[in-house]
Design a protein around this ligand. Structure first.
Ligand code: CA2
Length: 144
């Protein structure tokens, strides 16, 4: 059975509670349940993980090294700052898709630099939470 990981970074546990005009009304739990169902329909396993701590995100990426076919990651604000997360993703060699709910290129200047995009298989930004579904379907089809 193929296995995928959904990783969400800092503050994404707040989805659905504030700033709905930017991040929508759905909670992280809604997203995780929906994606888990999509994975199951495709005979795949999905491991969901969220943390506000950079080191925990690095550790979960390391744990994907031996048995995970692909990673879908919204690194939150660490997108714009974390060389450690970049090195972890590059170090494990597991293909990943970077997802952003908002269009980071239509926001503040500091959001327009990603430390991950150039080593990602692909980037989805600005399609709302549908971006996660598109990323998972692509991962299931592409990373076997
Ligand atoms: O658009 C995205 O998905 C982001 O990765 C979200 C990050 C932001 O720092 C990135 O630049 C773009 C922030 C996540 C914060 O999520 C919240 C959700 C609800 C309420 C408050 C924050």
């Amino acid at each position: 059975m193929t296995k995928y990981m959904l990783i969400n970074g800092p503050n994404l546990n707040l989805l659905g509670t504030r700033e709905p005009e930017i991040y929508g009304h759905e909670t992280l739990n809604d997203i995780e349940l929906n994606l888990t169902a999509i994975a199951k329909e495709n005979d795949a396993e999905l491991v969901c993980f969220q943390s506000n701590a950079e080191h925990e995100l690095v550790e979960i990426v390391h744990s994907a090294r031996t048995d995970t076919n692909g990673i879908i990651i919204n690194p939150g604000a660490l997108t714009h700052s974390s060389i450690a997360l970049r090195d972890a993703l590059s170090g494990v060699g597991v293909p990943f898709i970077e997802v952003h709910i908002s269009n980071i290129y239509a926001r503040e200047d500091f959001r327009q630099k990603s430390f991950l995009s150039d080593i990602a298989e692909g980037v989805i930004s600005g399609l709302g939470i549908q971006g996660y579904e598109l990323a998972l379907s692509t991962a299931i089809n592409k990373f076997k």
